[in-house]
Design a protein. Sequence first.
Length: 425
Amino acid sequence: MKVMSRFGSAGVGRVSALALAVSTLGACSGNSLVTTIAPEPAPPIEAGVPTVDADSSETMPLSETFCGRGADVLSVTPPPGFCVKHYAQVGEPRAIAFSENGDLFVASPSRPTAGGASGGEGAIVVLTDDDRDGIGEEHMFIPGVEDVHGLAVGGGFLYYTTATSVWRTPYVTTRKRGEPVMPGNPVSLGLPTKFASGGRWTHGVARSQAGQLIASRGEYGVCKASQGGEISSVGPAGALTTLASGFRNPMYLNCHYKDEVCAAMELGDDLHTGAREKMLIVRPNTNYGFPCCYTKSFSEMSGAACDDITKEEASFNLEDTPFGFDWEHGTWPAPFKDALFVAQHGSAYSSPQWRGAMIVYAPTSAATRAPVQGWQPFLQGFGPGGSVLERPSDVKFSPDGRLFFADDHSGRVFWVAPKTLTVPN
């Protein structure tokens, strides 16, 4: 079977991506865990990134490290001891997810988003790097899904969301280098009609290590006139069991790569004084208050009862807009080892635009996987006006230890690695 690529062939794809870079870049249930709540309010982001011991092996041959490969992003200042590389160009990459063999799925909706991203392929594509040169080759996987958003991989399937349902398709993660990427044959899980209500099509989906599938639904709501959205467990026949409720816009979900812990990012009510962005561990029988409450004991309107609202694990400045996130897999140097990394999409209302757009991180508790300190900047330099980096939309760690991130406004996927991270044989 011929491998489909938007560049025509795998070789042309690599050359095109490199030319572009050179020319333009110059648990889930969680009820068994004791959750540690971060201090409130969350500490502000501090300037600078701590120096790490990622340059300690100066004698290591560059060819043996990931940083010795790929297309450098010359106009971006990486964190000390790290490199930043351009991986592929994909229109409106909103969500990314890795299979066990390192194939990277990208959700590329063609439907414009509320944040202004547009120009996607209306498809799910797969990025591979079979020749290990650090530059991705693109293959069409599922075309014709203009409203694709959330992605999750596990149990032999790729799961994804559209405005009306969660879908799945088999995916063989034992594909060897050089073998073709087989196209998907999607089947809807048949979610109830309520999943499509609320006015938001940008659902999230995640799969835990134990196999629990969860999905999110946001809602435009008015206090005392609506109940807000929810995060639910998805049953085999598409039945939804609510785990957590009271959400405005929980677009991004993810589960820890090792522990039975899942989390969500909830976006606050833009321009409303007192509203906040939240990071929370998904647990049964919890309620986060929207549309009447901003957080525990803090109401959106006079007279709302918020004392019984569940407290989030951590918060962000309003309009920092936390999108996709992931936990480091235990191979990076301190202080990044086991930390939680988040793609902040930035403000749609600031001048200049996208204030707060960056990738941040926070150390986490080994027991709960929740942040135990305030958010720190990891990668900055995002913004409009000719910047290569514009608005990060998702981050995921690959099986080999690199951090990949999507930028839905620039239409690119990048990766970051410590300079000492070696390429597996």
